[in-house]
Design a protein. Structure first.
Length: 262
């Protein structure tokens, strides 16, 4: 959100860095839209389900990816690419690396933690009042005070997390991954709660106390395959002692390129 596929200071720099460290590798930075301007705007305004459909078409038509590919998603790109893995198993995604993705959603305004002041809670209430009326916001806004409304009206996250009855093979598709890598920023001031980056979230009925992935129904019920991935050594948790998307290239090389891409 707020970035583009080809920004030389961000996504473009990551693409170049991977190519430099893995000579001969093919890296595709996905553009949503016809140009960089549209790509940036669509990160804010385009329904994620439409984005995923477009990405699935691009991947399926890319002959260089026909035998499989590794996917790296930054911030909201993490859960969006998980949606690709669950909905579009062809071509096969091999490793999914989520860098700061909000897999249980968000409940808070950037730089305004819920336990900081009354003002932050007031902002939450204002966002809540229209969250599930706004299609874009309803993609991964998760209100722990209104869990049933979230499950019913969320247009994206509740679907891929199988919060509602479904016969879609989301679990089977995710279990095709070789590895699911979850990167959390331990001092994140953009994502609330930051534990969402490791599939944690606020306990129902309040917005301060957080549960871990191990305590979540999503994991306990193995709804989408997380427990199976963990039991087979394919679920990985990496932490960075920094704010949202503040990554040193040396860390990225050692922990991502060397371990999961080489």
């Amino acid at each position: 959100m707020g970035d583009s596929c080809c920004n030389p200071m961000s996504m473009g720099a990551i693409k170049t860095y991977i190519e430099k460290n893995l000579p001969g590798i093919y890296v595709r930075s996905l553009m949503i839209g016809a140009n960089v301007i549209e790509d940036t705007e669509n990160g804010f305004l385009m329904n994620v389900n439409d984005q995923i459909r477009e990405v699935c078409k691009k991947l399926a038509s890319d002959e260089k990816l026909a035998k499989g590919y590794n996917a790296i998603g930054f911030s909201q790109g993490g859960q969006f690419l998980r949606g690709v893995a669950q909905r579009c198993p062809v071509p096969p995604m091999q490793n999914l690396i989520s860098v700061g993705g909000q897999h249980q959603g968000i409940y808070g305004f950037p730089h305004c933690p819920g336990n900081n002041s009354t003002i932050c809670d007031m902002i939450r209430k204002l966002l809540n009042s229209g969250a599930y009326l706004n299609v874009v916001q309803a993609e991964y806004w998760h209100d722990p005070l209104q869990e049933e409304e979230y499950k019913e009206k969320s247009v994206f996250l509740a679907d891929i997390n199988l919060e509602r009855p479904s016969k879609l093979p989301y679990k089977e598709n995710l279990l095709q991954l070789k590895n699911l890598v979850l990167v959390k920023f331990n001092k994140d001031t953009m994502v609330y709660p930051k534990e969402s980056e490791w599939f944690g979230f606020y306990k129902p009925g309040q917005g301060k106390e957080v549960y871990s992935i191990w305590e979540s129904p999503l994991y306990k019920e193995d709804r989408i395959g997380l427990r199976k991935l963990n039991d087979t050594g394919r679920l990985h948790f990496l932490g960075i002692d920094g704010d949202h998307l503040k990554i040193k290239l040396e860390w990225f090389k050692e922990n991502i390129i060397e371990r999961f891409l080489k």
